[in-house]
Design a binder for this molecule. Structure first.
Ligand code: PLP
Length: 395
């Protein structure tokens, strides 16, 4: 069985390209050209050079002595938090901007929720001198002021979206509308392994550098390329896709995906898509979605803005359904505990999203020889307000 995308853009029964006819030209162009471009030697070189000199890759694989003692396994942390702009998102935007250039596009659009993907997009647009427009729900604009200011300083135009709940889903709809109206000169940089084919595959390939490096680094540190388990959080699923990618066909490696249970799966305030979702179509692909009986999207909730998306990418829906990956969820409370724990034990303040992956360690059983890699998708600077609020409440 293959866990990769097939010729028609499907992962098992998930994926595809469910798009309005007016979007065909854009998506077709991308589908016809992305592989030829990103597999060319000239592209690989520019991409790899930028990842090294601009992003700061390879990101370290750090052995955590104290988490290892605490959990009774050999625990390594993949330090995506040390990347330029503070998370794994830059791996994807660097790749897509180089692709956009080769497609002759000089206008870039993106959607953003918490603002991390917007900042990563504005960053690479600044470097290339390309026009950048970021759609953001009006509610998110007011909640994420520092990232809005960063995008503006980087030269991007932030367009608030007032429709719907004024959050990520609505921003994505608006970006799609823009793309339809500007088919010739515009590339749409989607921020996760979601959207119509070829986006899920393309973004997964750009994030696959994470597991490519893990294999090399594990070999150097342990003498063996394969860990026993890889753990990553899942919003749309791009950091998990990158962390799993080069292990998908190595069945001995347990792949563990952690979703946001929010206040609890049964509270109605959650973003645990596999626990609560049903098959449906959102933003151009068929996947698992949180929706009502009659197909209305249920608003997700999580303490971490990067995980409150009502769906997951089609690759993950298939990993879930085939049982290749184990899906679990952790609550806001468990996440905060895990974040404080890493900060206290290792002096690393993780992003709230990444703290979900750490919280899974509490619920899993390992033996002392087992090698476990936790993907630290981003740093916690952006979450200080939330951390301080809860820290003071605890004291
Ligand atoms: C955006 C974000 C996520 C969630 O997105 P995925 O596509 O699921 O990776 C996770 N961690 C961090 C730090 C983020 O910024």
């Amino acid at each position: 069985m293959s866990y990769h995308v097939d010729q028609n853009g499907y992962y098992g029964r998930f994926g595809g390209a469910f798009i309005p006819e007016m979007m065909y030209p854009n998506v077709d162009e991308l589908r016809n050209r992305y592989l030829e471009i990103i597999e060319s030697e000239e592209f690989r070189k520019e991409y790899t050079d930028l990842l090294r000199d601009y992003v700061g890759r390879p990101s370290p694989l750090y052995f955590s002595n104290r988490l290892s003692q605490q959990y009774g396994a050999q625990i390594y942390l993949k330090r995506e938090d040390l990347n330029h702009t503070g998370s794994h998102k830059i791996n994807n935007t660097v790749g897509q901007i180089l692709l956009a250039k080769r497609l002759g596009k000089h206008r870039i659009i993106a959607e953003t929720g918490a603002g991390q993907h917007g900042v990563a997009t504005a960053t690479v647009c600044s470097r290339e001198g390309l026009q950048c427009i970021v759609y953001m729900g009006a509610l998110d604009v007011s909640r994420q002021a520092p990232n809005v200011e960063k995008m503006k300083m980087l030269g991007a135009e932030v367009r608030p979206v007032y429709s719907g709940n004024q959050t990520l889903k609505d921003a994505t709809n608006e970006a799609i509308r823009d793309w339809i109206n500007h088919p010739e000169d515009t590339h749409y940089i989607i921020g996760s392994v979601v959207g119509p084919h070829p986006y899920p595959d393309m973004v997964a390939r750009f994030q696959a550098i994470i597991s490519q490096e893990m294999r090399q680094q594990l070999k150097e540190k342990t003498g063996f390329e394969l860990p026993n388990a890889v753990i990553a959080c899942v919003g749309g699923g791009s950091n998990a896709a990158g962390a799993f990618y080069h292990f998908l066909d190595d069945k001995a490696v347990k792949l563990i995906a952690v979703e946001a249970a929010g206040k609890g799966i049964d509270t109605g305030e959650s973003a645990a898509t596999t626990a609560l979702g049903k098959t449906g179509v959102l933003h151009g692909s068929k996947s698992l979605l949180m929706q009502t009986e009659d197909g209305q999207i249920i608003e997700p909730y999580s303490i971490s803005a990067g995980l409150d998306y009502p769906g997951i990418g089609p690759m993950h829906a298939n990993l879930y359904e085939t049982g290749r990956a184990q899906f679990m969820s952790v609550t806001d409370e468990e996440t905060l505990e895990a974040a404080y724990n890493l900060t206290e034990k290792e002096g690393i303040i993780p992003a709230l999203e990444s703290a979900h992956a750490l919280a899974a360690l509490e619920k899993l059983k390992f033996t002392s020889g087992e090698v476990v890699v936790v993907n630290i998708s981003g740093r916690g600077d952006k979450d200080m307000e939330t951390y301080l609020k809860h820290f003071h409440a605890k004291q």
